[in-house]
Ligand binder design. Structure first.
Ligand SMILES: [Zn+2]
Ligand SMILES: [Zn+2]
Ligand SMILES: [Zn+2]
Length: 299
């Protein structure tokens, strides 16, 4: 189905701000998928991401403070009072601290600064046809560094289902499945697979870049299933295309698993590459010419 309308809300009113769609190319056709602002339970996922499975704080004030809040004491404050992510070092090292927001069981109010990603899309974004990378996402307003931009939402599926879908994929198709591997301090590793191909949000239109302006940070709100939140890695101008590194790196750092693993927590996000490497058209001066590929996921 072609997009004849110059501008419409891709989210069909499901986001607080509309997601514009602009057709600027004759080849632009409307992709077939179901819009969902949040993760949904997919095949093989034993946990429903919409269920509350984390404990809450019992703060008596509307705004949580580290001196008295059990959420902030357990996990440390993740945001400043304006909701900007405090620890941006993860974007450089491939590692990041886990983020736990106040949740449905917390007694604080919506104004608590430990509630950011759960508030959903706040920025005016536009899905458009790029010159040589198909669909992409640009911002219609300037975004300060550390600001939450959007989630990469989709079906949360098991490793086996991710592998099955990846093998069934035809080489010409876009690959969407992101695998996030988190290394806990105890040495345990948790993996989350999100596929927004059939059910997803605006994040599914983000292109890969070898020099991205967004980075991915797993954020837990009500559920132990993380949300894959994308934050501005630097100040971003209006009309800039938004992109992240499908391999989880930033500034083309080596993949997290090649770095020393004594860090408390590590994040590794990667697209499950097609069996044939796809060319990268990001145009960055450090571009490695191919989209990230990781076959270890298939072993
Ligand atoms: Zn709170
Ligand atoms: Zn609290
Ligand atoms: Zn709380």
């Amino acid at each position: 189905m072609s997009l004849d309308i110059n501008c419409l809300d891709l989210s069909n009113g499901l986001e607080d701000v509309p997601v514009s769609v602009r057709r600027i190319s004759a080849t632009g056709t409307r992709p077939e998928f179901v819009y969902s602002p949040d993760n949904v339970q997919g095949p093989g996922c034993t946990l429903d991401p919409s269920e509350v499975s984390l404990p809450g704080c019992s703060c008596l004030s509307h705004l949580c403070v580290p001196e008295s809040c059990s959420c902030l004491q357990t996990h440390g404050p993740a945001y400043d009072t304006t909701g900007t992510l405090l620890n941006l070092s993860g974007s450089d090292s491939g590692y990041c601290s886990p983020v736990f927001e106040c949740n449905a069981l917390c007694t604080c109010s919506d104004a608590c600064s430990n509630r950011v990603v759960q508030k959903g899309l706040r920025l005016r974004l536009e899905v458009y046809c790029t010159k040589n990378m198909g669909w992409g996402v640009q911002t219609l307003e300037a975004i300060p560094k550390g600001t939450f931009v959007c989630e990469y939402a989709g079906e949360v599926i098991s490793f086996e289902e991710a592998r099955r879908r990846q093998l069934a994929q035809r080489s010409a198709e876009n690959n969407y499945i992101i695998a996030v591997r988190e290394h806990a301090g105890t040495g345990s590793i948790s993996e989350t697979f999100v596929d927004p191909a059939m059910v997803g949000n605006v994040g599914r239109f983000l292109n890969h870049s070898c020099r991205p302006n967004l980075f991915m940070q797993p954020v837990r709100v009500h559920s132990v299933v993380p949300r894959l939140a994308l934050f501005a890695a630097r100040n971003i101008d209006a009309q800039e295309e938004l992109m992240f590194d499908y391999s989880g790196g930033y500034s083309n750092q080596p993949p997290a698993e090649l770095l020393p693993t004594n860090s408390e927590n590590g994040l590794q996000a990667k697209g499950i590459g097609g069996l044939q490497r796809k060319q990268c058209h990001c145009g960055a001066d450090n571009c490695v010419q191919f989209l990230p590929l990781d076959l270890s996921i298939l072993n």
